[in-house]
Write a protein that binds this ligand. Structure first.
Ligand code: SAH
Length: 383
């Protein structure tokens, strides 16, 4: 599959200047264009420091179209907006933008599909199609920032504040693209989008060496660990990578991350009725987390197409939550944004269905943000 032409954010400043020179324009235009890109100036009419007749040439040299919108669905009274994107090679991914009173969060994809094969997750059912590039990852965030700025979510112009890497894919299985993308999210304009590191959350099934590598980056982003069970026997069935990196090693890496970055780790736990929601498991989990710098995010399972698993009944969720709370573990139950649009993780991408490997259905995953949303993978599957 042909690679897309290199996008300016994946080039060094020197390479950007060379491309601009190659297009017959003065090299200082490269820095101007970079600034406009990160400053969200999506209308070339705003590039007033660049002569109008040079704008198209510059865009052609440095700004290939990375994401084209296939479908957009709005729900939660205009507070949640989910977008299905087609990439240059026909692969589909989705992102979800969620407005809250105090923040605006986008949930983005890092891979088309996923190889982790967690049986409750819609994205996993179609396998991995490919890794996203750094520019494809950052472009999802920029598109969301523009949508929020333009008042297209939440009813008024807003500033994008939070990013969660909880869309399709396992971010730490694509670290080569994800790590540079994190930097570009956090570096201030004109070198990046200028988001706060602590408001960027990387969610992982527990790829231990990469969790340590993430700590080594020295960016104090928030780490979320998808635990879903306190014991290896059950966790290995829910998160197959547990056979390689068991609970003890994953948590040890999480505590190392917390110590290195000073950031409290978020423990994700999807409550699946009759599977992992027993009071004994809550006790076991509390024991593992006692005295640690951790917060538990309980996620009522988002049912995916063809799955026999269901969310735990509310009273069971409450009991699980209470056990943790009684033991002094900070815990929240995530809200279920996007449920009305299959906004839950990976469901849009899965619906779009397909013929051929390029457009494989990926229905029904779920994405979520750090405090409160269940959304992943619903769009990909719908069509
Ligand atoms: N691969 C990464 C990030 C993507 S999934 C990870 O697993 O952490 C983001 C979160 O949504 C993970 O905690 C994942 O376990 C959870 N998730 C996936 N499918 C879900 C479903 N059907 N219901 C509830 N949570 C789900």
């Amino acid at each position: 599959m042909a690679k897309p032409p290199p996008h300016l954010i994946e080039l060094t400043p020197q390479q950007r200047r060379e491309r601009v020179l190659g297009a017959g324009l003065p090299e200082f235009r490269a820095a101007q264009l970079t600034r406009h890109w990160f400053a969200l100036h999506d209308d070339p009419g705003q590039w007033t420091d660049i002569p109008a007749d040079q704008r198209a040439v510059l865009a052609e040299a440095l700004l290939p179209e990375l994401l084209s919108e296939v479908r957009e669905v709005t729900t939660d009274e205009g507070m949640t907006r989910k977008t299905l994107w087609r990439l240059h090679d026909g692969v589909m991914v989705e992102s979800v933008l969620m407005a809250y009173p105090d923040r605006v969060t986008v949930c983005i994809s890092t891979q088309a599909g996923c190889a982790m094969d967690c049986p409750f997750c819609a994205t996993g059912q179609g396998g991995l199609q490919r890794n996203l590039s750094t520019a494809e990852i950052v472009a999802q965030v920029r598109a969301a920032a523009i949508t929020a700025r333009d008042g297209a979510v939440g009813g008024r112009p807003r500033r994008l504040s939070n990013v969660v890497l909880m869309g399709m894919g396992e971010p730490l299985a694509n670290a080569a693209a994800v790590f540079p993308a994190l930097r570009l999210l956090i570096d201030p304009v004109p070198h990046g989008l200028g988001l706060s590191a602590r408001k960027v959350t990387v969610s992982t099934v527990g790829v231990v060496p990469r969790m340590i590598a993430l700590a080594d980056l020295g960016l104090p982003v928030t780490l979320a660990v998808s635990l879903h069970a306190p014991d290896d026997e059950l966790r290995s069935t829910l998160v197959p990578l547990n056979r390689r990196y068991p609970v003890g090693e994953v948590l040890a890496a999480a505590w190392q991350y917390a110590a290195r970055t000073g950031r409290r780790v978020s423990i994700e736990y999807a409550l699946i009725g009759g599977v992992n929601d027993q009071a004994e498991r809550a006790e076991h989990l509390a024991g593992l987390l006692a005295g640690r710098s951790a917060h538990v995010n309980l996620i009522p399972l988002n049912t995916t197409a063809g799955s026999v698993w269901r969310a735990s009944p509310v009273r069971v969720q409450q009991r699980f939550c209470e056990v943790l709370r009684t033991r002094g573990i900070p815990v929240t139950v995530r809200d279920t944004r996007g449920a009305g649009i299959d906004g839950a993780c990976g469901q849009l991408a899965g619906q779009r269905a397909p013929r051929g490997s390029g457009e494989r259905a990926l229905a029904g995953q779920r994405r979520a943000d750090d405090e409160g949303v269940n959304v992943v993978g619903a769009l990909v599957g719908e069509h």
